[in-house]
Design a protein around this ligand. Structure first.
Ligand SMILES: [Zn+2]
Length: 147
């Protein structure tokens, strides 16, 4: 166990810093280059340092965390407005539906950047140069032997 902790490749990836860098949508390694080439499309390889980003598998985690965050903002605010001002139902819809949409679209890339960089910091899914996962399996791996 102590051998693992003192390996230089494990020591130099602080999780908190990686998450903050991901929220800024920057490469987890050099912290300067863009992490995304489009709205939610991460770069395959960092243009500045060459870090391979294509190992990421954020999948459904960014929408999950986005919904969690947005719901914790919108629902209490909606309850406070209802209790204090008691507006019409159409007023609620006019306020909260667009606000929910805008907040979700704004937070989603931040959550995805944070989760990609978290995977990098934890050396998940091929981000560990000592234990690369195969990018693909050859057809030969699935050949069925016939008699
Ligand atoms: Zn980089």
């Amino acid at each position: 166990m102590s051998e693992l902790l003192f390996r230089p490749s494990i020591q130099n990836r602080p999780v908190g810093q990686a998450i903050l860098t991901g929220i800024r949508q920057k490469c987890p390694n050099c912290k300067t280059a863009k992490l995304f080439r489009a709205y939610l499309k991460p770069v395959d390889v960092c243009a500045n340092c060459g870090e391979e980003i294509f190992h990421q598998r954020a999948d459904d985690a960014p929408p999950y965390f986005t919904i969690l965050i947005v719901a914790h903002i919108i629902v209490p605010a909606m309850l406070v407005v209802e209790k204090t001002l008691r507006p019409e139902l159409w007023t609620h819809a006019a306020i909260w539906l667009p606000l929910t949409l805008v907040l979700s679209l704004a937070i989603l890339p931040l959550a995805k950047g944070a989760l990609i960089n978290l995977q990098w910091a934890l050396r998940m899914h091929g981000f560990d140069p000592d234990h690369r996962e195969p990018d693909h399996l050859d057809d030969e791996d699935f050949e069925i032997e016939t008699c």
